[in-house]
Design a protein around this ligand. Structure first.
Ligand SMILES: [Zn+2]
Length: 75
């Protein structure tokens, strides 16, 4: 995880609001919500979407469009 801090000219500090770990099927790209769900598919053998043997594919999506404020400032 990144601990990037954005400092504004007025001295306030912000962090990028969202960093989402995406767990999906390597075959069809079907996304699951939780680690547990991916594990359940891995144990069960097949992706419920495409029916192929489940292979977990991970990627991280970071959104900086809506920063979360940490301290200071009046923006
Ligand atoms: Zn699939």
């Amino acid at each position: 995880m990144s601990d990037t801090v954005i400092t504004m000219p007025d001295g306030s500090k912000w962090s990028p609001s969202t960093s989402v770990d995406v767990i999906q099927c390597s075959e069809c790209g079907d996304v699951v919500d939780t680690e547990e769900e991916a594990q359940a598919y891995a144990d069960g053998g097949n992706c419920p979407h495409c029916g192929n043997p489940w292979v977990t594919k991970r990627s991280t999506t970071i959104s900086v469009t809506s920063p979360a404020k940490i301290s200071g400032g009046t923006m």
